[in-house]
Design a protein. Structure first.
Length: 391
């Protein structure tokens, strides 16, 4: 059975304004992940590579980046591995499209007889037959960023007999009631089930996800390398082995890691910290140039503890790809007797205490703990709002 490499959301040329001086480093990581994806395709001997949108972060990219991309695609073409690309929502096929301005097959230096090995599907050329693999690939897309309708509206490939295997490509959102109910490009599970496709290669979600609707298997490959520094679930491409369409067996989908960035979140009890220098020493133990570290401070901070998140981040910046310190700790409760019951603070405190007692009596430990936290934060806020860091 034919094998495909499915990737999407590479976002080459992303600006990464939130990364500052590290932006170029992350752009280099993204291109390196793209190159590793090409390596995987060659090593696995796939029959085709599908790029399901947002290969580029925008249509405004320098020619040198397009040349680098074309050079990588040439590596596939030299091994007779065809590449099929659809524009996404970032590199959409509008009048400013990079795919209108530049011909990747031409940039790759392919002779006329081999130009079929790099295909960009468009509204004018919505599908392509990969004869050697016995696959017809359908690109469901529009020439605008926001789709006028579902890309699968009225679509059914079941009667297409040009090839044994029917594969679709969409860059958009699979609607999930109560979770995701609208987007610029959106379609439903019922439409996927009615598509007559054997496999639907999706892009737009940056985390790997797969499912099945009717007899159609679908998958989001996720981004080969995270595009946003707080983005988990990215870092891979998919190797998909199609099954006999008449067997009822779904395709085999394997996620292959190509990204380098790791995310790690740690929770630190501010009550156990004696100084900022001590916290910095503890965080150095996690040092890794490929790690995005998020430090979450919580709990009750001693009065003598003087922490400054920006200073900690600056001191450890060269130890990580990025470090973010979020201070959600609260100051110690004010000393002294409770305020009178007829005051706002007094009424608030006594009401919370009563609710805590009721929850504890009912055995609702979770609710009692949450009310304790509300009481603590409320007392500190009422005493001196400046003593609380709200994140």
């Amino acid at each position: 059975m034919p094998r495909l490499l499915h990737m999407a959301d590479v976002h080459l040329g992303a600006r990464h304004r939130d990364l500052g001086a590290a932006a170029q480093k992350q752009r280099d990581r993204q291109f390196a992940a793209f190159r590793r994806a090409i390596d995987v395709a060659i090593e696995r001997g796939v029959d085709a590579v599908l790029i399901a949108g947002d290969l580029f972060d925008s249509n405004a990219q320098p020619r040198r980046l397009a040349d680098k991309v074309a050079s990588e695609l040439r590596r596939l073409a030299d091994r007779q591995i065809p590449t099929v690309i659809i524009p996404g929502t970032h590199d959409c096929y509008d009048p400013t499209s990079i795919y209108r301005a530049l011909d990747l097959a031409e940039l790759a230096g392919l002779p006329d007889g081999a130009r079929r090995l790099i295909t960009v599907l468009t509204p004018a050329q919505p599908d392509v037959v990969l004869e050697a693999a016995d696959i017809v690939v359908f690109g469901r897309l529009f020439d605008t960023k926001k789709a006028p309708r579902s890309p699968l509206a009225g679509f059914n490939a079941a009667d297409d007999t040009r090839a044994r295997h029917r594969v679709g490509m969409i860059h958009g959102t699979l609607l999930i009631p109560g979770v995701v109910e609208a987007d610029d490009v959106a379609f439903t599970t019922d439409e996927v089930a009615a598509s007559g496709l054997h496999y639907l290669a999706l892009g737009h979600w940056h985390s790997f996800k797969q499912g099945r609707a009717g007899t159609t298997s679908w998958a989001y490959s996720g981004a080969p390398e995270p595009v946003a520094v707080d983005q988990d679930g990215a870092g891979q491409v998919l190797v998909v082995e199609l099954a006999d369409p008449h067997s009822g067996i779904p395709p085999s989908i394997e996620a292959v890691t190509v990204g380098k960035t790791h995310f790690r979140g740690i929770d630190v009890d501010a009550g156990a910290i004696h100084s900022q220098a001590e916290l910095v020493r503890e965080l150095r133990a996690y040092a890794d140039p490929d790690t995005v570290l998020e430090v979450r401070l919580s709990g009750v901070a001693p009065d003598q503890l003087d922490l400054h998140a920006d200073e900690i981040e600056k001191e450890l910046a060269d130890q990580f790809l990025r470090i973010k310190v979020r201070d959600g700790s609260v100051a110690q409760l004010p000393d002294g007797p409770l305020p009178p019951a007829e005051t706002i603070a007094g009424a608030f405190i006594r009401d919370l205490q009563s609710r805590i007692q009721s929850s504890e009596a009912a055995g609702d430990v979770s609710d009692a703990a949450e009310l304790h936290e509300v009481l603590h934060l409320g007392r500190v806020l009422l005493d001196d709002p400046a003593r609380v860091n709200l994140v």
